[in-house]
Design a protein around this ligand. Structure first.
Ligand SMILES: Nc1ncnc2c1ncn2[C@@H]1O[C@H](COP(=O)(O)OP(=O)(O)OP(=O)(O)O)[C@@H](O)[C@H]1O
Ligand SMILES: CC(=O)C(=O)O
Length: 318
């Protein structure tokens, strides 16, 4: 069975054990690292793991809170602001000016793949006022999603300045591959390939029609169906419907396809998966997925090695 298991890591503490358990490639998320830290990481990586592919996840069009956002607890019913600088009198969520512009009244916004929800009340150009609908703790660089906001809002964004600098400083490491967030057109992949000259994965994180997906699949080396962001954008029913359409079209895609995001989410806190997670894993193989991308499960979960062992157990023997 050639089903691949990619694992997200942030350091090397369990990397060797993950490989021994069955991981076939690593992923590192550049949004949570300064460029210097990433380079130090790669220098050490090449020493121990030079023959194992490493995907560097690039922010691309993904929207995030700023990395210097302090940790805050959001309480249901509380009024807060999104702004480009901290306000002393009200809890502030720090965003870039381009994100602030998107926050129009009545828009539902979620943080951390939908775990926290807010509604925008007003935007005066400097501050967007919002009410907390679903509470939680917010950390710097957490992803921001806009429920049902049309795909056209993402087209204008592609590689950020930081992405471009990362590519120029990392593309000569032979094990490096890139995974680009929120891909919405084949041109974005062509552009990434032109400047990196490396193997690239297109992360599908917003609704795209079948023709667009086919075009992207013929341009990229791999496609990842990213359920964390898709669920936050499309809502639960929307995600399920899109997944249904996506798997029906699998044979039209010309590149390998991977499932990413909350694949074994239960095992972040529990030593065993749910029965539905393992049945779904089996279905992924039947549908023709080439593998899975683990994120929270291995980067911050309590049972990273057990997750990989369970996946191996389910996928082996056929
Ligand atoms: N290099 C890192 N340093 C510190 N924390 C990290 C690092 N990588 C991941 N994390 C933590 O683990 C969580 C899950 O990782 P993951 O890469 O899936 O992040 P994400 O922010 O949800 O982005 P994406 O939607 O692109 O997957 C992150 O939200 C972050 O809290
Ligand atoms: C993995 C990822 O980026 C997601 O599920 O959104």
């Amino acid at each position: 069975m050639n089903f691949k298991i990619f694992a997200t890591i942030k350091d090397f503490s369990i990397a060797r054990e993950l490989l021994n358990a069955g991981v076939t490639a690593f992923r590192v998320n550049s949004s949570h690292m300064e460029i210097g830290e990433l380079i130090e990481f790669l220098e050490e990586y090449q020493f121990h793991f030079y023959n194992i592919p490493l995907y560097i996840d690039l922010k691309g069009s993904k929207k995030r809170l700023r990395k210097d956002q302090r940790t805050v607890e959001l309480i249901p019913g509380e009024k807060i602001v999104f702004a480009t600088s901290e306000s002393p009198e009200i809890k502030t969520l720090l965003v870039e000016p381009a994100v602030l512009k998107l926050l129009s009244p009545n828009l539902n916004v979620s943080l951390n793949d939908g775990k926290i929800k807010l509604k925008i009340l007003d935007n005066d150009g400097n501050r967007a006022y919002a009410i907390v609908l679903k509470a939680g703790r917010v950390h710097g660089a957490k992803g921001i999603n806009f429920e049902f906001l049309s795909d056209k809002n993402f087209r204008s964004f592609s590689l950020t300045e930081k992405d471009v600098e990362i590519i120029s400083k990392t593309r000569d490491y032979p094990f490096v591959r890139y995974a680009l967030s929120f891909v919405s057109s084949p041109e974005q992949i062509k552009n990434l390939r032109a400047i990196s000259r490396r193997y690239v994965a297109a992360k599908i994180e917003n609704y795209l029609d079948l023709d667009k997906l086919k075009e992207i699949s013929s341009e990229t080396d791999e496609m990842w169906f990213c359920r964390g962001d898709l669920g936050a954008h499309l809502g639960m029913r929307g995600l399920a419907k899109f997944y249904g359409e996506f798997v029906k079209s699998m044979r039209d895609f010309t590149c390998p396809v991977f499932m990413a995001g909350e694949v074994m989410e239960h095992m972040v806190d529990n030593p065993r998966p749910t029965r539905s997670e393992i049945c779904h894993l089996y279905d992924l193989i039947e549908h023709g997925f080439s593998g899975i991308v683990l994120s929270n499960e291995t980067v911050s979960g309590n049972f990273p090695i057990e997750v990989v062992k369970v996946v191996r157990e389910v996928i082996s023997g056929d």
